[in-house]
Write a protein of this length. Structure first.
Length: 418
């Protein structure tokens, strides 16, 4: 079997990251990485497509140089700022009289009906996730294939993106010289890599704190239940410093990263100072003032997260609360989040057994640097699972090849009548 590749691109407000995984017989043989600061995008919105095309081109050029792979098509992401969600239900009759064996074609038909009913001319459906199926009077059925009924109903959870935003992202990638094979919502890609397949029972929350958007995803027993997007992130800490010290944003970011500590300020000596360049003159600023400013902004951010979570689920019912995003590099932020929520908070880690060995031996991903590539690694992980269908669903998928479709239909008829 020839080696092929899966390429994922993460277009964020602060950085652009790309990963290409070379795959043979469904297993990764090599992974290569590239990243660069984002340009032409602000607060999750593309403001200069030319600059963004240049940035994407540069990252993909670096990726080709390190991997030797000539990528032609890739998967990319769409951020939470452009995302809306809704439920869409549909019902199809299976038999006029009596009952009929439910097949994969029936599942496909009812899902498509729900997609059509829930679609909008101004949006594109990025993910369509079944909440559950109902047959006759029985609800919340996970997989109705092989059961008998005279009607089939689905509750489909649609994750949609603004059509103009999707078209703009696709145009940027095309202008850089690549085709878009598929779109992913960043949060769903992240969940695919941080929540282990074998242990998804209970209530789990993924909190991705980005530079200007915080995405909250709520799962119950492995199924996505809701998404909330907050228009705030790590940049709020930087904004606070820039306003308080009346300095440029870029300088405030450097000071935040180098000297900022969230939480108890007694750890910082009252006499300790930081030299900042202001009006071409270096002036001293108390480090404690820096820490007090970002702590106040961090507390506001954390309280907003708590308020959003409590609207969805009681904190005491959460079995796992996982945080991702490079903002968690800020010293003391995770501890503050844990204290305010009153529950254990864990940093998101790679759980895919195929990707873990590469993370352990690759300096690019060492420490917590893998967080830079978490969205892209989640996309890679998801696509690997698509290449390796389980035995249970080997006949539940409808093949693309016309000859295989005929065989699949014949199998369904056999199952129904014999």
């Amino acid at each position: 079997m020839l080696e092929n590749s899966i390429c994922a691109l993460d277009i964020g407000s602060s950085k652009i990251a790309a990963v290409v995984a070379q795959v043979k017989k469904g297993h990764i043989t090599r992974m290569s990485f590239a990243t660069a600061p984002a340009r032409g995008i602000a607060k999750g919105v593309i403001v200069d497509s030319v600059d963004l095309v240049d940035a994407v081109t540069r990252v993909m050029k670096d990726l080709k140089a390190s991997s030797g792979v000539n990528v032609r098509a890739l998967f990319t992401n769409i951020s939470g700022r452009h995302i809306t969600t809704r439920h869409s239900k549909a019902v199809i009759p299976l038999a006029q009289r009596g009952n009929k064996l439910i097949t994969a074609s029936d599942i496909h038909k009812v899902n498509e009906q729900a997609r059509i009913l829930g679609s909008s001319m101004e949006e594109e459906i990025v993910h369509a996730i079944p909440f559950g199926y109902s047959i006759d009077s029985n609800a919340a059925i996970v997989n109705p294939i092989g059961l008998y009924s005279h009607r089939l109903e689905v509750d489909l959870y649609l994750v949609c993106a603004n059509l103009a935003s999707v078209q703009t992202v696709t145009h940027v990638v095309n202008q850089a010289g690549f085709d878009v094979k598929g779109l992913f919502f960043s949060g769903i890609a992240g969940a695919a890599i941080v929540f282990p397949e074998e242990n998804r029972k209970g209530t789990r929350v993924l909190c991705d704190i980005g530079s200007d958007v915080t995405e909250l995803l709520f799962f119950k027993d492995g199924y996505l239940k809701n998404i909330r997007v907050l228009a705030t992130g790590g940049d709020e800490l930087t904004n606070g410093l820039a306003e308080s010290l009346t300095i440029p944003w870029e300088l405030a970011e450097d000071i935040k990263v180098s000297y900022g500590i969230v939480g108890e300020q007694t750890r910082v000596s009252e006499d300790k100072e930081v030299l900042i360049k202001k009006d071409n003159i270096y002036k001293p600023v108390k480090q404690r003032q820096v820490c007090e400013t970002i702590t106040a902004r961090a507390r506001t951010l954390v309280n907003q997260i708590k308020e959003a979570v409590e609207k969805e689920v009681s904190l005491v019912r959460i079995d796992s609360f996982v945080v991702t995003g490079r903002t968690i590099f800020q010293e003391g932020l995770l501890e503050m989040l844990e204290a305010v929520l009153g529950i254990r908070v864990a940093c998101g880690r790679i759980t895919d057994p195929q990707i873990i060995p590469f993370a352990n031996k690759n300096d690019v991903l060492s420490g917590q640097k893998y967080l830079t590539y978490l969205t892209t690694l989640g996309i890679i992980s998801h696509q690997l699972k698509e290449l390796q269908p389980s035995k249970d669903d080997s006949f539940s998928r409808i093949p693309d090849h016309p000859i295989l479709r005929i065989f699949h239909k014949a199998w369904e008829i056999y199952q129904e009548y014999f």
